[in-house]
Design a protein around this ligand. Sequence first.
Ligand SMILES: N[C@@H](CCC(=O)N[C@@H](CS)C(=O)NCC(=O)O)C(=O)O
Length: 233
Amino acid sequence: MVLKLYYLEDGPPSLSCRQVLEALQVPYEKVDVSFYNGDHMTEEYGKKNPQKEIPVLEDDGFFLSESVAIMQYICDKYKPDSPLYPRDPKARAIVNQRLMFNLSSYYADILNYAILPVYFDYKRTPEGLKRVHRVLDVFDTYLSRLGTKYAAADHLTIADFPLINSTMCLEVIGFDFSQYKNVTKWYNDFKKTHPELWSITEEGTKIIKFCIDNPPDLSHLNHPIHPARKATK
Ligand SMILES: N[C@@H](CCC(=O)N[C@@H](CS)C(=O)NCC(=O)O)C(=O)O
């Protein structure tokens, strides 16, 4: 049975999973989950992922959520010898460290500042801005200390995808991060070197841009956490 990825078109975690599948040339079927329609909030979806978050991977009756776990599983099960997720303990530890850094800090702070206000009734705050600068500074330091072209090695690894998709969230709102020279170089190099993988990120970018220009009204979702904002256009 072919792998199924339940994904959100403009969701950074979904984009990263798609990039891993694409980079490894693992065949899979995409199942578009509509955030707008609340497809992920149904009881049915909750059976696949009790967190009611997107993405979810389905592998012959096995359901897996959390994009990092999904990316690691795809590599381990389908291309265990790929340099995308190195087997050497130290090399793998650096990849894992970057993945955790992204999930717990980099993406978390960028999401709160840049993206949530596009979809929900949140304001960008000076404190949120400080947090974004702090994580950019940390990531820039990681890049400069390791001195590699990619985030965790001298070659592409699964750590690059989520970090690219988080950084894209800044670019899409017009946030100038050019002072972070290593981040900027790494980001631009990725676009140039991997146009086919970048095009997946770009699909998400287009939708986020559309939502910035046409703020969505998600009040019909009665979201359990996020306060809805009425459309202004
Ligand atoms: N840690 C999760 C985060 C997944 C996540 O939060 N996805 C968002 C879309 S990008 C979502 O499904 N949110 C559900 C909601 O806010 O109702 C992962 O990396 O897969």
